[in-house]
Ligand binder design. Structure first.
Ligand code: FE
Length: 334
């Protein structure tokens, strides 16, 4: 299934910019995953807007949210503190956090995903179908009627609060528990296995176990072994470089902005193809976290290493019965 949402839980692939589009308060919102496709595990969309577009302060009672900026600059207000987010900066917005945003860059784009509640349905609930792929020229804001209607999708607007010093939620690693935070590009919990560096942006403790998210950086390399997961969905969003994926008996080329949805039970594999590559993984629920902690070691660097580190797949093989990983071909050579 290519370049359209299947409307049911199934694997599919969207090239950058594809998916149903809505206009919400001056933003063009492109849906890349809905509860129909994910079996209710998460909703995801790419938001595009120009300077001045905003969503006023609000909170979700049940929905955990995450944001990664893809282009431009986004001023994100978390509990009255504003952080200016640049490309590949990440924010975790757990249920209960008062938050809102105002777009700063003239060409800003960000990926947003939601678990555990209905807030991800906001584009369909409050938006209008977009007639073109153009970013709206008018910076409309949400009307009071729209704001009160949002209550039915776990979205509760608030009176404005005064902003306190910028960056107060900025960290270098995720906290232990479900607090709001911002990680600038490159920050996060960094791990290494072979020639690939994994950076946890959110672990299970941050999301009530509903998802984990991490980036993978590496050079051109070999295909990883074909495998599947029985209990979790894995999504791949290419940020930089190029990769080839194998899923549902197709070979798929992913470039920046391309998205692949791999539900439980789908045999898949990937290979990094460009001299330098970076992709975002969203795994829901988050139960696959122990795989990375078994395979990897803590890593002090900020990019993949010049020489590969030890590749301890032997530790994965030893722990295989407890990991949600089913290999359908032999493990890689050390
Ligand atoms: Fe996988």
């Amino acid at each position: 299934m290519i370049n359209e949402l299947p409307g049911k839980p199934a694997p599919y692939y969207l090239k950058s910019g594809h998916g149903p589009r809505r206009v919400v308060a001056g933003h063009l919102v492109t849906r890349i995953a809905r509860a129909e496709e994910t079996g209710g595990l998460f909703d995801a969309a790419v938001w595009s807007a120009g300077r001045g577009a905003e969503i006023p302060l609000h909170r979700h009672k049940h929905s955990n949210q995450a944001v990664m900026v893809l282009a431009g600059q986004l001023d994100l207000n978390l509990e009255g503190r504003v952080s200016r987010l640049s490309p590949f900066d990440f924010a975790s917005i757990p249920a209960g956090t008062v938050h809102g945003h105002r777009v700063h860059g003239h060409h800003t784009r960000f990926l947003e995903w939601t678990t555990g509640g209905d807030a991800g349905k906001l584009p369909e609930s409050l938006g209008d179908p977009a007639e073109t792929s153009a970013v709206p020229a008018d910076i409309a804001t949400l009307t009071p009627d729209q704001q009160s209607a949002a209550g039915t999708i776990d979205t509760h607007f608030e009176a404005a609060s005064s902003a306190s010093p910028a960056g107060a939620h900025t960290r270098t690693t995720p906290p232990a528990g479900p607090a709001p935070y911002v990680l600038e590009s490159g920050e996060g919990e960094r791990l290494i296995a072979g020639d690939q560096m994994f950076t946890f942006l959110a672990h299970q403790g941050n999301t009530g176990g509903e998802f984990i998210t991490l980036t993978t950086r590496g050079p051109k390399g070999d295909r990883i072994p074909r495998h599947f997961h029985e209990k979790h969905t894995e999504c791949f969003f290419c940020l930089e470089g190029a990769m080839t994926m194998w899923a549902f008996d197709e070979e798929i080329a992913l470039g920046p902005g391309d998205f692949l949805h791999v539900p439980a039970g789908t045999i898949h594999a990937y290979r990094l193809d460009a001299p330098s590559n970076n992709f975002l993984g969203i795994l829901a629920p988050g139960l696959f976290e122990p795989f990375f902690r078994t395979l990897c070691d803590p890593y002090p660097g900020y990019d993949f290493p010049a020489q590969p580190w030890p590749f301890r797949f032997d530790r994965v093989v030893a722990a295989l019965p407890s990991l949600d990983l089913r290999l359908v071909e032999g493990p890689p050579r050390p």
